[in-house]
Write a protein that binds this ligand. Structure first.
Ligand SMILES: [Zn+2]
Ligand SMILES: [Zn+2]
Length: 283
């Protein structure tokens, strides 16, 4: 069984539509794929409808969170699997995050324009093709003007990495864990040691989150070194948390391939057994 529990579609900042994503997952030889777009369930229906035979779909999302235990607070990502999308509190919170993301992207366009870079909001929204607007869509506008060559170049500090970056709206991580559990979902901390992405939280926070209902840790991820993967794995064992491995596929916005990292079947089963929201869908 090849199981990849973290991918993005055009419903957030990936480049494959949900239908293309599940087709690509089957072509990559996966048995199980999770669609985990940022702060949205908008890709779920299309992915389920397009599911090829033999592939199982895990419906999920990746929530933008923040830990306020230090100053300034640290942003982190929480994967949420198989939660009930109709849960009113969680749905309202996701809607708030998405609206905040739109306003943030619009404000980043304003910053670029103030520096004489003639990017327009309509154009950037067009790149998002109806999905939530994110930094990759701003990157495409910069590429179209030949200001940068690639999305990664656009994420450098002189562009969208720092100079024109505005923080994303987010949820307190403890509240996020509570909301996901209340909606019958299974919360897993995404790339918890990825220091390459910014500041990371201390293990003491992970201990507290485990006590508050966190179910697992993503160990095998492109942004973790082998040492970081081992560290996360050992911490999960110590705390009785499940362990996942995933590609965090973003289509051509990143170089990582579907199935580049995978989750062991028994760890996947722990997620399925813990879920009370929706069940995996089989094609
Ligand atoms: Zn993430
Ligand atoms: Zn992700």
């Amino acid at each position: 069984m090849r199981i990849d529990l973290h991918t993005h579609s055009t419903a957030s900042d990936g480049t494959a539509t949900p239908a293309e994503l599940v087709a690509a997952a089957a072509a990559a030889g996966l048995d199980v794929v999770a669609v985990t777009d940022h702060d949205t369930t908008a890709g779920w229906a299309e992915a389920a409808a397009a599911l090829p035979g033999g592939l199982t779909l895990v419906r999920g999302a990746e929530l933008s969170c923040r830990w306020h235990g230090v100053d300034p607070p640290i942003s982190l990502h929480l994967l949420a699997y198989l939660f009930d999308p109709a849960d009113a509190t969680l749905a309202a919170e996701l809607a708030r995050l998405r609206e905040g993301r739109e306003r943030r992207a619009e404000a980043m366009v304003d910053l670029l324009r103030a520096d004489g870079i003639d990017v327009t909001w309509d154009e950037v929204r067009g790149y998002a093709a109806g999905g939530t607007v994110g930094r990759p869509h701003l990157a495409h506008a910069l590429i179209a003007r030949k200001l940068v060559g690639t999305v990664s170049e656009a994420f450098a500090s002189q562009w969208l990495g720092r100079r024109y970056r505005i923080p994303k709206p987010d949820i307190d991580v403890f509240r996020a864990v509570e909301l996901v559990r209340a909606a019958g979902g299974v919360p897993v901390f995404a790339h918890p040691r990825a220091s390459v992405r910014g500041r990371i939280v201390p293990d003491s926070l992970i201990v507290e989150l485990a006590a508050a209902g966190l179910a697992g840790l993503e160990a095998d991820h492109e942004d973790h070194t082998p040492e970081q993967r081992e560290h996360v794995r050992a911490l999960a064992v110590e705390l009785g948390l499940l362990v996942t491995g995933s590609s965090d596929f973003h289509g051509t916005n990143k170089t990582v391939k579907l199935g580049a990292h995978t989750t062991a079947p028994q760890e996947y089963q722990r997620i399925v057994h813990a879920a009370r929201g929706v069940a995996p869908v089989s094609g």
